[in-house]
Design a protein around this ligand. Structure first.
Ligand code: NAD
Length: 422
């Protein structure tokens, strides 16, 4: 069934409007806050290994910088387009506001398949994209990070390219132009697992609230990349059993549990869950119908739809990915009593630890992993508390609606105090 045929930004705006209705946001402010401030598209040529040249299209959408510099990941995927990046950028604005970190929202990407290129081509594509963005990004202006398809190595190439394009005396000051770097080049302890760690902190908070025992939970996870695999490993350490996993190649299941650490090694070496010896191959529709307590979409948007939602057995959908549930599917699931823990809360661990990395780079410090984890937990549990309170204050069931009221109330206060220039 073709739900969400209006595009992802329309979904994002519809979610925003529900929150705006609840807090009574004035019309002019709605228009100002919902639309991106800047939409940057760059077309740039890259030399391929066979000597040919190809033009790539890259995007950087700067949605809002009221609370701090624009901040958000860069996605490498063939389906990247303006509509998608606008939606992803807006979700970053709400995420930062919800977690009270001094960042705005942005997102970027290149429309290409990173797995179709060798390392040298990939490096040239990333460096040329960074060069094409030029001064549209900056260490106190707009700070990229990894997202789907990109990783710590991509961030190091971006940092190095940016640093080499600045004056010699500035080079040491611009490390924070990107976050999510490797530890050796100025990354933060805990950044790689941060989004998954945050997912688990939010789940723990929810489990405490509703009286659910996480240590005996069964889990299905879609996407075994940065976010999905970290979530799986940490949940397993807490005693949960991962019984089904899906990725771009297909889906696997084992009622007795799939070892999250062995699966991570397998995927790192072979690129997908296909052929993993510790589980059996299942059809995609059986993945969605898996008999589990917790379903974690951690891949692409619009994965939980009206065509698979009726089969879902889980009691809670944990949106580790951005925008994984269509509006229609969320409504259908909610009518059946299935809860959704919303993306702007649940996957905010990535941007929070990105903020920690930025602060460490800025002040030439190195925090311990323990320190990072504790600070992350405090911030996310604070955001979860605020959402619980907002559900009562605004008398709403939906945790997504409640999360939007928290973020929008904070943004509204700043807009009203600062006013609109001139
Ligand atoms: P990743 O590139 O590391 O992994 C992506 C995973 O999705 C892979 O396992 C891939 O096989 C799977 N996948 C791709 N296409 C698929 C398909 N058609 N069907 C099923 N699975 C498919 O990406 P990531 O960084 O883990 O990001 C995953 C999601 O989490 C995205 O929505 C991203 O925006 C969101 N997110 C990421 C971060 C971060 O810090 N990386 C932070 C917040 C949110």
């Amino acid at each position: 069934m073709p739900d969400n045929d209006q595009g992802l930004f329309a979904t994002a705006v519809a979610q925003f409007e529900r929150g705006a209705d609840l807090v009574g946001l004035p019309d002019d402010l709605r228009t100002i806050i919902s639309q991106p401030k800047n939409e940057i598209i760059v077309n740039f040529p890259v030399r391929m290994t066979d000597g040919s040249r190809r033009v790539f299209r890259g995007y950087r959408i700067q949605h809002n910088n009221l609370l701090g510099p624009y901040k958000g990941g860069v996605r490498f995927h063939p389906a990247v387009d303006l509509d998608e990046v606008k939606a992803l950028a807006s979700w970053m604005t709400w995420k930062s506001a919800l977690c009270e970190i001094p960042f705005g929202g942005a997102k970027g990407g290149i429309a290409f398949d990173p797995h179709a290129h060798d390392r040298e081509e990939l490096e040239r594509i990333v460096r040329r994209f960074t060069h094409a963005l030029g001064n549209n990004i900056g260490p106190d202006h707009d700070i990229p990070a990894p997202d789907l398809g990109s990783n710590a190595q991509s961030m190091v190439w971006m940092m190095d390219t940016y640093a080499n394009s600045t004056g010699a005396t500035e080079r040491q000051n611009v490390k924070r132009i990107v976050t999510g770097k490797t530890l050796e080049t100025g990354g933060s302890p805990g950044r790689e697992k941060a989004t998954g760690q945050g997912v688990v902190f939010c789940l723990q908070h929810w489990a405490d609230e509703v009286g659910f025992d996480l240590s005996s939970a069964t889990v299905a996870i879609q996407g075994w990349g940065n976010v999905g695999s970290a979530t799986g490993r940490i949940l397993q350490v807490h005693g949960a059993r991962i019984v089904a996993v899906a990725d771009h190649a297909g889906a696997i299941a084992d009622e007795d549990g799939i070892d999250a650490f062995e699966l991570t090694d397998w995927v790192r070496e072979r690129g997908s869950v296909a052929g993993f010896p510790g589980a059996g191959w299942i059809e995609d529709e059986d993945f969605w119908a898996a008999d589990v307590d917790i379903l974690v979409p951690a891949a692409l948007e619009n994965q939980v739809r009206l065509d698979n939602a009726p089969a879902i057995q889980a009691r809670v959908i944990v949106e580790a990915a951005n925008g994984p549930t269509t509006l229609e599917a969320e409504e259908a699931l909610s009518a059946r009593g299935v809860e959704t823990l919303p993306d702007i809360l649940v996957n905010a661990g990535g941007v929070v630890v990105s903020y920690f990395e930025w602060v460490q780079n800025r002040s030439a410090q190195r925090w311990s992993l323990d320190d990072v984890d504790h600070r992350l937990r405090d911030i996310l549990w604070g955001a979860c508390d605020a959402v619980v309170e907002a559900r009562k204050e605004f008398d709403v069931e939906s945790r997504r609606d409640a999360a939007y009221t928290v973020a929008l109330t904070r943004l509204q206060a700043v807009y009203e105090q600062r006013g609109i220039f001139p």
